[in-house]
Ligand binder design. Structure first.
Ligand code: B12
Length: 547
């Protein structure tokens, strides 16, 4: 039994119902890795992933304080800055000698503002956190000075902030232990439903998109823009997860699964071949770039179990795509989607920025037509405006162009104005219309797409593909037709919004139009559920009840 007081690692709750409707539950792997590293060094850890466990703030605070932690580490995104501050304040009030730190991509770039805004914070861990968190915990537990701990910003004197040199990246990711699975265990025990199991196979991204902070995050401490675990190390973890949880579906949280150049490509080929040879029976989903896909790679990945790929398409016009510094073309993006579809791999809800501060109403219309052409005008995609994340290059560009709000601060994801205020008015109206109808439709859309894909693959594997049980294909097509109606309803709302904006923006007319849309979407969602239930029943019948 360790003589150390524990370290509590907290992911604050995000109590937004719409967010919960759309985003699947998945544990915070960043904290889980830190927990595993500290435990390996004999430091006890309590993981409080309130977001994944859907705990409220009071329960998150109760669990954190209950273990009398020597140190509390809190992660956050722009959406959870306030609950993070409140939790820090409550910990400090209850236990003034407990060291309170925050970390993650957001805090890494907003550290100075955050230390200024929240007196309860003692430090900020910047960059990749495992080694810094370990050294910080050791220093706190032994009462040693923080000086010399790389990757840290900490209070120095009355109002000073000391900044240590950046933390170099972990050279060999295989040296890290597998992430702690406390949250997953509790999700399975408490929720009965089998949650998404997330894994991390690579870190970093070679891209330099202007709206993203990942590349500057992983370049802070120098080192390669993209690193991968060895195939053997990945398989060892999959087998462990398989033995423990009977794993069938994997969500990889990698920013960019297929790394740069030949290095990235041969690594993926090696992994895919190993997954095929080992035949673990898993399906998985990845995030990747459009320009890293090709026939040979996708054929192999399909065989290895790749079910879905998230590609950041971002825009349907080249001008907007160039403002994001994506380095791909609209044609390349469309080709990538067609390629995925040809290989029977789902191209999931895309990274898409419908509304840009530099965009025109014509850009909005063209983005909408682009999503319709790709059969992907989900409400999430048609409603996304640029979000500002600290560390993203676009922030300074907006400042230079006089579009950043004078009172901009790190948690203001929409802290800018639009060159064409009519685009801004439409963007806000569409975003505020993202309620339960739209998020339920999107959630159903995703569920239908991935479940159909996995069933079709299973039928194929059992040699039942093409055997048209009670009109299976008919039910599948009927469901797909409902999804297209969703896309059409969403797209028409935006295009009507564009016409309203061109005619002189009138919020009341748009609200009436939006109410119509919500009614339409709710009705289509009900019909989609019925159609899909008929499909599911016939699949189950075909599988002889063995679904
Ligand atoms: C998987 C994922 C999710 C999952 C799971 C949650 C999670 N974060 O793991 C889900 C789907 C739930 C999710 C949801 C959202 N996400 Co998300 N998510 C990611 C993603 C793609 C990977 C996270 C991951 O596994 N990284 C790998 C691990 C090892 O790294 P890490 O989490 O950064 O943690 C390391 C360091 O950052 C640091 N660290 C992190 N936290 C802490 C805390 C302490 C105390 C310490 C010491 C160190 C430390 O040490 C860790 C180990 O090295 C990241 C992108 C990214 N590259 O991280 C976006 C990201 C975190 N998400 C983001 C966003 C915007 C969201 C959403 C708001 C999206 C939405 N719906 O609108 C929601 C809201 C979540 C919330 N409640 O706040 C943004 C946050 C940007 C910002 N500045 O706020 C990111 C950075 C993507 C991006 N670049 O835009 N997300």
């Amino acid at each position: 039994m360790s003589r150390h007081r524990p370290v509590a690692l907290v992911n604050p709750p995000d109590l937004d119902a719409v967010y919960h409707n759309v985003v699947a539950v998945s544990e915070h792997l960043g904290l889980s890795y830190i927990a595993a590293v500290l435990r390996r060094e004999g430091i006890p850890v309590v993981l409080v992933d309130a977001d994944a466990l859907r705990l409220d703030e009071a329960e998150a605070i109760r669990r954190t304080l209950a273990c009398e932690p020597a140190m509390v580490g809190i992660t956050l995104t722009f959406r959870t800055v306030d609950p993070a501050y409140r939790i820090a304040g409550r910990v400090k009030a209850a236990s003034p000698d407990t060291h309170v730190t925050v970390g993650g991509q957001h805090a890494t770039f907003a550290f100075r503002e955050m230390l200024g805004e929240c007196p309860a914070l003692d430090s900020v861990v910047r960059g990749e956190g495992e080694m810094t968190a370990l050294e910080l915990a050791r220093a706190v537990l032994t009462g040693s000075p923080l000086e010399g701990i790389k990757g840290l910003a900490y209070r120095d004197g009355a109002d000073g902030v000391a900044l240590s040199p950046p933390r170099p990246l972990v050279k060999d990711l295989d040296r890290l232990p597998f992430p702690a699975r406390d949250t997953l265990d509790e999700l399975i025990a408490s929720q009965g439903a089998f949650p998404l199991v997330s894994v991390l196979w690579t870190r970093g991204c070679p891209g330099a998109c202007t709206f993203c902070n990942t590349h500057s995050f992983y370049r802070l401490g120098g080192g390669p823009a993209w690193r991968a675990r060895s195939v053997g190390n990945i398989l060892a973890e999959l087998e462990q997860l398989g033995a423990r949880y009977g794993l069938r579906y994997i969500y990889t949280t990698d920013d960019n699964f297929i790394g740069p150049g030949e290095l990235g490509r041969s690594w993926v080929i090696g992994l895919a071949q190993a997954l095929i040879d080992r035949d673990l029976g898993i399906s998985f989903e990845v995030d990747t770039r459009a320009d890293s896909l090709d026939e040979e790679l996708l054929a192999l990945l399909r065989q290895a179990g790749l079910a879905s790929a998230f590609i950041g398409l971002e825009a349907g016009t080249q001008r907007l795509l160039d403002t994001w510094g994506k380095g791909t073309s609209v044609e390349e993006n469309q080709t990538a989607v067609a390629l995925l579809r040809r290989h029977g791999i789902l191209y999931s809800m895309a990274g898409f920025i419908m509304f840009s501060p530099y965009g025109t109403l014509e850009d909005v219309a063209e983005n909408t037509r682009f999503l319709l052409r790709l059969d992907n005008a989900t409400y999430w995609n048609i409603s996304q405006s640029l979000r500002l994340f600290p560390g993203a290059r676009i922030i300074e560009q907006l400042r230079r162009d006089g579009l950043l709000l004078p009172n901009y601060s790190h948690s203001m994801a929409y802290g800018y104005r639009f060159r064409d205020p009519r685009v801004g008015a439409l963007a806000q109206a569409i975003r505020l219309n993202y309620g339960l109808e739209a998020s339920s439709a999107d959630a159903l859309h995703d569920y239908v797409q991935i479940t159909t894909l996995l069933f079709e693959r299973r039928l194929a594997k059992m040699g039942l593909a093409g055997i048209d049980g009670p009109d299976l294909a008919g039910f599948r097509q009927a469901t797909a037709a409902c999804l297209r109606e969703m896309y059409q309803a969403n797209a028409s709302l935006v295009l009507d919004g564009v016409a309203l904006a061109e005619a002189g923006w009138n919020p009341a007319s748009f609200n009436a139009r939006a109410a119509l849309h919500r009614g339409q979407l709710a009705e289509i969602t009900d019909r989609t559920k019925e159609a899909f239930q008929r499909y599911l029943d016939s699949v189950v019948a075909l599988l002889g009840g063995a679904a």
